[in-house]
Design a protein around this ligand. Structure first.
Ligand SMILES: [Zn+2]
Length: 60
């Protein structure tokens, strides 16, 4: 199974999809550091979208 690539929706860089990636996994764009959620994986390609910003507010 070949490693797939997709395009970052933010900066349009090529994002590598590691083998074994599953839907709703979160990847990080190496170019712009945006977190990308895997929407779907199919023979035609991998669809990703920008992950909602997570506010790291743990009340510390
Ligand atoms: Zn990017």
């Amino acid at each position: 199974m070949a490693i797939q690539n997709t395009t970052c929706p933010v900066c349009e860089a090529s994002v590598e999809i590691p083998e074994g990636t599953v839907e709703s996994e979160v990847l990080t764009c190496a170019d712009c550091s945006t977190q990308l959620v895997v929407d779907s994986i199919s023979a035609e390609g991998v669809q990703v979208s920008e992950a909602p910003a997570v506010e790291e507010d743990w009340g510390e």
